[in-house]
Design a protein around this ligand. Structure first.
Ligand SMILES: C[S@@+](CC[C@H](N)C(=O)[O-])C[C@H]1O[C@@H](n2cnc3c(N)ncnc32)[C@H](O)[C@@H]1O
Length: 324
């Protein structure tokens, strides 16, 4: 499906007829049954919310994003290799999924919630009870590697909720360095029912702490891959977020576009969300692109500006949305 007509779904919706022959040719690798299923739009959502807050997280966008996701019976496995708080995953609740992220503390947290929801929740109650500024800095100063995996998970959730703005940011040594932030009400720790429901979904998932490229290598024909990489730097070198000690630069964005093309060639269904920047558009020329009607402020201090989001797919979402 590589290099097909450049187009815009908005134009489809307005009734502009993109060369149908070209489109059909471009989806030659999608099997007949998959094409048929694309028109059935039969999502059976779990509609769970993430139990973590995450910079760049898609919670607020999720209801828009699902319109671009193929129906669940049109793909085999759901892959989310930049999972973060997993807003789309928890909303959809796919039955077969591979979730991964480079952030090992995050993946350990999911593994522990999957295996020991009750234990994690009990430890969260201790954090809830003792929470104050001093306690936060004491917990923040702990070396996670000296704690049991389940304690690491509860610490991770507590810091995530008690940190200023819920941001997960590490310095170049990989040490979490966000100051204390909650209001007088204290951190909004997840309810037991949410931890239990998330555990139910995560139990059936393959969870990996790994680079997205390695994980995408294992995707096969008819798998669906949702790529939500960190946003590009706002100007030359300034970054919006620091999820890991390594920064995600423009070369990394170019690498994402190569991985996208490889997955496309392999016969996967691929969707990416990113900042709507001209550099990103030029990397994905020939694929379906849609600007979303949402803006967010990015950057800090003097260079804050409004950015739109873009969705890129290697299939035509309106094909299954309209059921034609
Ligand atoms: C924009 S966030 C994803 C947000 C997520 N979709 C959500 O709803 O919360 C990007 C994620 O990519 C992860 N990441 C950064 N570099 C990575 C890499 N090379 N491989 C895998 N994950 C990476 C970060 O840790 C972060 O969680």
């Amino acid at each position: 499906m590589e290099m097909m007509l450049e187009n815009d779904w908005g134009e489809f919706e307005k009734g502009m007829d993109l060369s149908r022959g070209m489109y059909v040719q471009s989806i030659a690798h999608i099997s007949k049954s998959m094409k048929r299923n694309l028109s059935m739009n039969n999502h059976d959502y779990s509609a769970l919310k993430p139990f973590l807050r995450w910079a760049g997280g898609k919670s607020k966008l999720v209801k828009t994003l699902v319109d671009f996701v193929p129906p669940s019976n049109s793909y085999d496995r759901y892959f989310e290799p930049f999972v973060g708080a997993g807003a789309l995953f928890f909303h959809i609740g796919p039955s077969k999924a591979v979730l991964s992220d480079l952030n090992t503390d995050l993946i350990n947290c999911y593994q522990q919630v999957a295996k020991h929801p009750e234990g994690v929740w009990n430890l969260l109650q201790v954090h809830r009870e003792f929470n104050n500024k001093e306690y936060y800095y004491h917990i923040r100063s702990q070396k996670p590697e000296k704690l049991k995996p389940i304690e690491q998970a509860a610490r991770f959730i507590y810091l995530n909720k008690a940190a200023f703005n819920g941001i997960y940011r590490v310095n170049r040594q990989g040490v979490f360095n966000v100051p204390y932030g909650p209001s007088f009400k204290g951190p909004a720790l997840p309810k037991k029912s949410l931890i239990e429901a998330a555990s139910g979904l995560l139990k059936r998932v393959n969870l990996l702490a790994a680079d997205y490229q390695e994980v995408c290598e294992s995707a096969k024909r008819d798998d669906f891959i949702y790529l939500d990489p960190p946003y590009p730097p706002t100007n030359g070198t300034a970054y919006f977020t620091h999820y890991t000690a390594d920064r995600f630069n423009w070369d990394d964005q170019r690498e994402v576009s190569k991985v996208f093309q490889n997955l496309d060639r392999r016969g996967c269904l691929v969707m990416m969300s990113n900042s709507d920047r001209k550099e990103i558009r030029s990397m994905f020329q020939g694929y379906y692109m849609q600007q979303l009607n949402v803006t967010r402020w990015i950057g800090s201090n003097g260079d804050r500006f409004k950015a739109h989001e873009i969705i890129v797919t290697n299939y035509n979402p309106s094909e299954f949305r309209n059921g034609d």
